[in-house]
Design a protein around this ligand. Structure first.
Ligand SMILES: NC(=O)c1ccc[n+]([C@@H]2O[C@H](COP(=O)([O-])OP(=O)(O)OC[C@H]3O[C@@H](n4cnc5c(N)ncnc54)[C@H](OP(=O)(O)O)[C@@H]3O)[C@@H](O)[C@H]2O)c1
Length: 305
């Protein structure tokens, strides 16, 4: 059984998850099977990733092959809410419900463990989308519901409306984007932070995918420097830089979602529980925050109106 942390609302979520953004449907079955064979018990996908069919097929085949049951793998998918800035129509309460039904049909599953609103992109429709999410939890099609890329202001809007709080908020979290106020708010309100794009400070982060991000030339040079603090810590602990970055999050109780299509990296990224970053190094990393995240390129979506 993999290590878990409580998910707001009473369930629990594995600390180690497998991210699938930018893994094409044609490649996802092999990547997800490799991850499951290496001990990952959480797979993160989304309507917007266009790979739910292969992700679901790989999960179902693994469960059958290993004689496991559906409850042995935690599955997250996300509602694409429509983006006002990209002139996309908003999802409504009703189309939120039909969106998960379509995701379940692609995944070949009866329910997901966690369903998230992918981003806070439609200010006028966020609350109605959340009501649709609450309907889905009540029907059992989503065991838990949450949000992604929501700021304190977005979460306060939900609270002011008297709506149920999300179980989790999936956000870009790594030493260069630590979001201390948002994380403190989540802790106070019992909302589990889930860290994405943990590997941003690596020189190799998304290079093969064409670097569609707001990672600056200065950041890239710092990543590649032989004096990179993550490189020095990796040498000290006898692990890779990726393991240092992922361990930093799990040591604080935040689930991580490393993505890789490289078998050796998939295996390495799962090996996070045999070492501890000492207090001095945790304090040094705490001083490395550079502000907003870079993964979305066009700006950290927690800044959306
Ligand atoms: N909710 C959201 O808005 C949101 C946004 C972004 C991401 N996410 C989720 O979080 C997951 C992870 O985020 P991410 O995809 O941005 O990136 P990530 O996991 O931080 O980094 C992935 C990149 O790092 C490389 N890599 C992986 N392991 C490595 C290792 N051990 N050593 C060196 N390089 C390594 C991968 O290359 P190879 O694949 O070539 O090995 C890929 O280029 C996503 O897949 C998705 O599930 C959610």
């Amino acid at each position: 059984m993999s290590a878990t942390v409580p998910l707001g609302g009473g369930a629990s979520i594995p600390l180690l998850g497998f991210g699938t953004y930018q893994i094409k449907n044609a490649d996802a079955a092999v990547a997800v099977s490799t991850a499951l064979n290496d001990g990952y018990r959480h797979v993160d996908t989304a309507e917007g990733y266009k790979n739910e069919e292969a992700v679901g097929a790989a999960i179902r085949a693994f469960l059958q092959r290993e004689g496991l049951t559906r409850g042995d793998v935690f599955v997250t998918t996300k509602l694409w809410p429509g983006n006002a800035a990209w002139r996309q129509a908003p999802k409504t309460r009703q189309t939120t419900i039909s969106s998960l039904e379509a995701s379940l049909s692609r995944l070949g599953l009866d329910y997901v463990d966690l369903y998230l609103i992918h981003a806070p992109f439609h200010p006028e429709h966020r609350l109605d989308q959340w009501r649709g999410m609450m309907d889905l939890r009540a029907s059992g099609k989503a065991r838990a519901i949450g949000v992604s890329n929501f700021s304190v202001a977005h979460l306060e809007q939900m609270r002011a409306a008297g709506l149920e709080k999300p179980a989790a908020n999936q956000i870009e979290l790594h030493p260069w984007s630590q979001k201390p106020e948002l994380v403190a708010y989540l802790r106070r309100h019992g909302i589990t932070p889930i860290a994405y794009s943990s590997l941003v400070p690596l020189a190799t982060w998304r290079v093969a995918e064409g670097q569609r991000s707001a990672k600056t030339a200065r950041m890239q040079a710092d990543s590649a420097s032989p004096r990179s603090p993550f490189r020095l810590m990796a040498a000290k602990y006898g692990v890779s830089e990726a393991q240092v970055l992922l361990r930093w999050a799990v040591q604080q109780g935040w689930p991580v979602l490393p993505k890789s299509v490289t078998p050796e990296r998939i295996r390495q990224n799962a090996d996070l529980f045999g070492f501890t970053i000492d207090a001095g190094d945790m304090a040094a990393i705490a001083r490395m925050d550079r502000g907003d995240g870079v993964a979305w390129g066009a700006g950290d979506p927690t800044r959306a109106p």
